[in-house]
Design a protein around this ligand. Sequence first.
Ligand SMILES: Nc1ncnc2c1ncn2[C@@H]1O[C@H](COP(=O)(O)OP(=O)(O)OP(=O)(O)O)[C@@H](O)[C@H]1O
Length: 238
Amino acid sequence: MGQQAIKVEDLVKHFGKGENLVRVIEGAEFQVNKGELVALIAPSGAGKTTLLMMIGCVEEPTSGRMWLGDEKVYDNRWLTKEQRKIRREKIGFIFQAHYLIPFLNVIENVTLVPQTNGVPAKEAEKFAMELLKYFDIADKAYNMPSELSGGQNQRVAIARALANKPQIILADEPTAALDLDRSVSVVKMLKKIAIDQNVAVIMVTHDEAMLPLCDRILKIENKKVVSEAVPEGSRHMI
Ligand SMILES: Nc1ncnc2c1ncn2[C@@H]1O[C@H](COP(=O)(O)OP(=O)(O)OP(=O)(O)O)[C@@H](O)[C@H]1O
């Protein structure tokens, strides 16, 4: 078993109160290790984004316990006043729409978070260039996002998610806007990152073709989270 990146115990999430109470998650228990690429699947409205946002310290759970790396961050309440700091230091987010900032060029987008974290500009730029080279997009460093294709923008968004050297990458349907070839290449990239950078990646997806590329599936079922192997015999399909 690898090192723990995420662990939750008895995690509960409700929205609203009284008549408007919505029970989304009821006692989730699971762990994700560094080096793992895990697909998170469930029907629409079952709570995938909510779960991702709780792990990302954006949405507060209703109760339970949660660890990020070795640090216990939630025990029926946040254990720190600075969830934002935890988020900035430990988590990289990738979204379906890449959300690059349109008036900043590529390298400025990638260095924004590390600079907010106090990393000196030169050092942040050096690491950003390494990431852009790794993603084969260094020649676009000084272009604006509008000058790049959808797939290129998504690679920049992945580089940006890695710029703060996170332990955990949370990707909410990162391939939804891409065709099959580009989707496969993004997911393979996420797997390579998981191994090379020793990070845990959780990827929400509706695309079954992506499952064989993942190590494991987490499924939200009956308001719980269950772990499943990827579909038998299909791992090497793509
Ligand atoms: N801020 C909120 N207030 C009240 N209910 C909410 C809130 N956010 C989410 N919900 C409800 O929680 C449930 C889970 O929503 P969530 O967006 O996590 O689902 P999802 O699995 O990501 O769905 P999709 O696949 O459609 O994106 C839904 O019933 C939704 O209506």
